[in-house]
Design a protein around this ligand. Sequence first.
Ligand SMILES: Cc1cc2nc3c(=O)[nH]c(=O)nc-3n(C[C@H](O)[C@H](O)[C@H](O)COP(=O)(O)OP(=O)(O)OC[C@H]3O[C@@H](n4cnc5c(N)ncnc54)[C@H](O)[C@@H]3O)c2cc1C
Length: 386
Amino acid sequence: MTTDLAEYRSGVRAWLADADIPTVPLDLDERFDVLRDWQRALFEAGGLGISWSKEAGGQGLSHLHQLAFAEELAYARAPMPIGLIGLDVVGPSIDEFGQQWQREELLPKLLSGEHIWCQGFSEPEAGSDLASLRTRAVLDGDEFVISGQKVWTSWAHKAQWCALLVRTDPAAHKHAGISYLLVDMSTPGITPKPLEQMTGDREFCEVFFDEVRVPRRNLVGELNGGWAVATHTLGIERAAYTLRRRVDYEVAFEDAVAALRDHGLPAPETGLGRRVRIAIGKAHVALKVLSAQTQKTVARLAAGEVPTPEDSVDKLLLNEVEQIVFGEIAELLGPYRAVEESRPLGLASDRWAHDHLYSRATSIYGGTSQIQRNIISERLLGLPRG
Ligand SMILES: Cc1cc2nc3c(=O)[nH]c(=O)nc-3n(C[C@H](O)[C@H](O)[C@H](O)COP(=O)(O)OP(=O)(O)OC[C@H]3O[C@@H](n4cnc5c(N)ncnc54)[C@H](O)[C@@H]3O)c2cc1C
């Protein structure tokens, strides 16, 4: 792969033109299998871990290359791979803070999709206030013994590995007694129980840990130093995921507008005509704002300036934009479906419905919108704590 950005981009485009791009099934299990195969194909083509070190199985290129790949993928209407929690959330933290063996043995399999990862952070009593987590890990010789419960753990029932936050020093201040462990999900004593979301998917789980024994070598960073690693993971999640998703929203919105145009936009002076134009305008402006912010994000990632409180601006915008885009699409499709059922729009409406419902989760996962606003007001704007 060439490092010249324009040449790189046209190489990606040429590869995608010949690639066997899968259609994404609505059924969760089928979707998982199809997107895992797709991840392997992307990995083999050098399309994953683009900005990661070669030691970790990556390509050693820049964040701009990574963004170019994500853009070309979206323009080709190709789906994202399944292992995004590994790729965009926990993988970069293992690369940054992990031990040599963790980088060399675990990251290539994470990239190829051989190992799917989950993120065991939230607990029933620790979400926004994550540092109150109570899942305990006690050192017994060369092993940690873990007991407790996590919740909302996406893909825990499908994952081979989990990045788990545990309390290793209950006497210390709450941020100072946490460690970050890598846990093989086939270890005895782990029970994931899937929960149904409003999309109908059973994508996330409660996960119970009953005296689960994990080797000490699976620690990432220092013992009781897990909060620094967790902060990195959350920062990357907020910034890197935003980069990837922004292009998807643009393409989804373009497709919806094109389909409406093919169908014949209602005259501007009609009620429906006005509504459609307002919806298109709102979503268009929101996407432009997000796009401007992501230019800054690429520069921050390239300069190693993630995590910073500015990641919260990305996440907050992502939350707002996803809900505007998919909310507006539902608004646009809704009246058409009601009055013109006999003239299909040519869009897979179930997919729009699914994405609209899923967009409600964006203002919750990775830290809620209220929490992002707190961070922005206190740490970026210097306002007093509420
Ligand atoms: C689709 C989805 C996938 C997820 N996947 C994962 C995953 O893979 N791994 C994982 O660990 N977690 C995951 N989560 C969990 C997510 O990170 C938490 O739901 C989130 O951090 C909020 O925590 P909570 O649900 O406990 O809500 P709470 O923290 O109880 O918050 C409830 C409400 O109170 C508000 N609130 C709380 N504190 C404040 C405050 N100080 N100021 C103002 N408002 C406040 C919140 O904004 C929210 O509106 C996922 C969630 C969703 C929806």
